[in-house]
Design a protein around this ligand. Structure first.
Ligand code: HEM
Length: 367
């Protein structure tokens, strides 16, 4: 999956001519890392639309990135941890009825929507519209039709505006959405397009990433009973994070990101021109046999250093602490109430650019 890939608010880079050259996809780990950590040669302004902070470069990126990072510190997330645990436990209790459950949608998407809504202070009535929107977003991405993806993004913007308007008169302390609307830490109040873009990044892309990550993790736990049994014993948060990220390395749900070359450069043995688009293939980088040996082996400790599931460089995922918290709480809730997680039918793979599974039918076997 790409992040925030169909924005509504245009920026000054509209005139950038990036279509004249063929797009280059980089797959080798070393090359992906090289491009991601060299923002001077490989700009993130790869879209015609405003993307805060992911479409920004240099000092402007750093300014907005600092604003965003403040929402994901340990201190900032601490008050959300108990709520996140309750959301995870309640959802697992709902699906632990001995019936067949579809893990990507019934567990992953529902959990993603409920957890993100709880974090942002959004009302429960938004669950249905957000799930419907996520279904349409996945369908639009699968179709590869830019008109459809733009239409789906527009609907999301309208939803966001309906959340922002009633909060304008608040004192900025009610919830995270409130704080963001009144946030002036970038030197001035955020403009509407910037608020919508940040919220879209925190939900639009991430509901999908979390849902797909849950599918990958649940499938792994169902097919690797030894690992599930090990994680049922007391393991620290750090150990659980490393295990879950190794599962995501093996089957990365976040497919790719885009850059634009700012000057002539060489990648592998290919030379590329200024203005040429470059796709960073995180999935391939995470399976590079030169770094992970063997690439399909499960070695959480050994492989952690090279794992790029949350990216690398100045645009590395700022939401990682939140994603880790959400995934940890859900997995703890699933493992503590079950003695086994069984596959209950054929799983179906997603199609690129979506990663992981489209559906994973399972049955939770109670303790
Ligand atoms: C399993 C879940 C997630 C995965 C696999 C993931 C993966 C990634 C990756 C690979 C990037 C780097 C993109 C690039 O270099 O162009 C990224 C960036 C980003 N992620 Fe995540 N992410 C996840 C969850 C989240 C969550 C929960 C949030 C926020 C609520 C979030 C917010 C962002 C933002 C704002 C960026 C752009 C950062 C920048 O450009 O400076 N992500 N994510």
């Amino acid at each position: 999956m790409e992040r925030d890939d169909e924005m509504q608010t245009t920026t000054s880079d509209d005139s950038r001519d990036t279509e004249a050259h063929e797009t280059i996809t980089v797959r080798a780990h070393a090359e992906v890392v090289r491009v991601a950590t060299d923002p001077g040669r490989f700009s993130s302004a790869a879209s015609r639309f405003l993307q805060v902070p992911n479409g920004l470069d240099g000092a402007e990126h750093a300014r907005f990135r600092a604003l965003v990072d403040r929402y994901f510190t340990q201190e900032a997330l601490a008050p959300f941890a108990p709520r996140c645990r309750s959301v995870a436990k309640a959802l697992v209790a709902e699906v632990s009825q001995g019936r067949v459950v579809e893990a990507v949608w019934e567990i992953g998407a529902s959990y993603a929507v409920r957890a993100q809504s709880a974090w942002l202070g959004w009302p429960g009535e938004l669950e249905r519209p957000l799930l419907d929107w996520l279904t349409d977003r996945f369908e639009a991405i699968r179709s590869g039709d830019p008109v459809r993806t733009a239409e789906v993004a527009q609907r999301f913007d309208a939803l966001m505006v309906s959340l922002i308007e009633p909060r304008r008169e608040s004192d900025g302390s009610r919830d995270i959405t409130d704080q963001l609307i009144h946030d002036a830490s970038a030197g001035r109040p955020l403009r509407d397009g910037e608020i919508v873009s940040i919220l879209r990044n925190w939900t639009g892309g991430d509901l999908g990433s979390i849902a797909l990550a849950v599918g990958v993790i649940v499938h792994f736990l169902a097919t690797h009973e030894g690992v599930a049994t090990h994680l049922r014993q007391h393991v620290t948060d750090e150990t659980l994070d490393v295990y879950l990220e190794e599962m995501l390395r093996l089957d990365d749900p976040f497919h790719a990101s885009r850059r634009v070359a700012t000057c002539e450069a060489h990648l592998d043995d290919r030379s590329i021109q200024a203005g040429q688009r470059v796709v960073l293939d995180w999935r391939s980088a995470n399976r590079d046999p030169n770094v992970f040996s063997p690439p399909d082996g499960f070695s959480p400790g050994v492989n952690a250093a090279g794992n790029v599931v949350y990216g690398i460089g100045p645009h590395v995922c700022p939401g990682r602490p939140l994603a880790r918290l959400e995934l940890r709480e859900l997995v703890r809730a699933l493992l503590s109430t079950t003695s086994r997680i069984d596959l209950a039918g054929e799983s179906a793979r997603e199609q690129p650019p979506l990663g992981g599974f489209r559906s994973v039918p399972i049955q939770l076997v109670a303790r």
